[in-house]
Design a protein around this ligand. Structure first.
Ligand SMILES: O=C(O)C(=O)C[C@H](O)[C@H](O)CO
Length: 311
């Protein structure tokens, strides 16, 4: 395969998303944080590839077809005849959305460092990884660290999303692994809720202090409808939130990651890329599901041009 600018590594899943709170009807879609993010990057026009393992099953075929439709290269997608493609359910209630997973023993959870396509990573500008892939199994965690090592040795920038899922691993292990990974990445992309758990503090400044102390050269703290903060040891800049009619935040953080990566790969500086990513993420909350509402560049540009950001 030819070189691409952005490579993401992780687990994709088939999604069943409750049509409304309390309903017994579920809409089939697609999810998996890193897959959502790479699709978001591709929808902004970036050249992209995804690295994963799928089962040799219908759901695996559907995910391959999805990436092909979305212009995400599947050259580094493998199939495991002895394990299934993962599935998850999204339900909606008064406290927002909840995930229930059927992913233990999945094909992606059996990834090992030997599965990594070294040349695909080495040829990219950015490698995107997340803590969900580190949580699903010990071998997948090793695979993430091995991919980071390949990237760093080749001068490829590493963007890391904490995406803390306490249904997948205990907080103490998550904290240890995530702290270690922050020290190895170039851009750390946590959400406010993640770092409240990880750092044990709840004010944005304290959270950023924790991210920078953990070794992130740049931290972009996602604050949901409140926007984001871009921080380095020298400077902290607020990106204002966008007002939209939100119905489902599933995948919004991943859209932020993918859109940010796309704009960084296109040459934007980090503050401009974060402003764009924040608008893309806002639009991603206006429909149900992780993938269907991810906007394309025209919609993001229109929101940036037309709406007054929320204060
Ligand atoms: O929670 C996970 O592991 C997922 O990847 C499912 C969702 O698609 C993702 O979390 C949305 O951010």
């Amino acid at each position: 395969m030819g070189k691409v600018d952005i490579v993401s590594l992780g687990e994709a899943m088939i999604e069943f998303n409750q049509t409304q709170p309390g309903s017994r009807e579920y809409l089939q879609g697609y999810g998996g944080d890193t897959s959502n993010a790479i699709i978001a990057a591709a929808r902004q026009g970036a050249s992209t590839a995804y690295i994963t393992l799928l089962g040799c099953d219908t759901f695996g075929d559907e995910l391959v077809a999805l990436w092909e439709r979305e212009n995400v290269s599947t050259a580094a997608v493998g199939r495991d005849p002895d394990a299934p493609t993962a599935v998850y359910f999204v339900t909606h209630g008064p406290t927002g959305h909840q995930f229930s997973y059927l992913r233990a023993g999945s094909a992606a959870s059996r990834m090992t460092p030997a599965d990594l396509p070294r040349e695909v990573i080495e040829g990219a500008k950015y490698l995107h990884v997340s803590a969900i892939s580190q949580a699903i199994s010990a071998s997948a965690c090793d695979t993430v660290f091995a991919a980071i090592e390949i990237a760093r040795n080749a001068g490829v920038k590493v963007v890391y999303d904490s995406n803390l899922r306490l249904k997948l691993w205990p907080l103490a292990r998550a904290r240890a692994v995530i702290r270690e990974t922050i020290s190895q990445c170039d851009v750390f992309l946590p959400s406010y809720d993640d770092v409240v758990h990880l750092a044990g503090v709840d004010d944005a400044e304290g959270i950023i202090d924790w991210c920078l102390a953990a070794g992130a050269p740049v931290a972009v703290l996602k604050l949901g409808k409140e926007g984001a903060i871009v921080a380095t040891t020298q400077r902290r800049t607020k990106v204002a939130g966008q007002r939209v009619d939100a119905v489902d935040a599933t995948g919004a953080g991943d859209t932020f990651a993918g859109a940010l990566l796309a704009r960084l790969a296109a040459g934007d500086e980090i503050g401009e890329a974060a402003r764009y990513a924040n608008a893309a993420a806002a639009l991603a909350t206006t429909g149900y599901g992780a993938v269907a509402p991810i906007p394309r560049a025209e919609a993001v540009r229109a929101l940036l041009a037309q709406r007054t950001p929320a204060r």
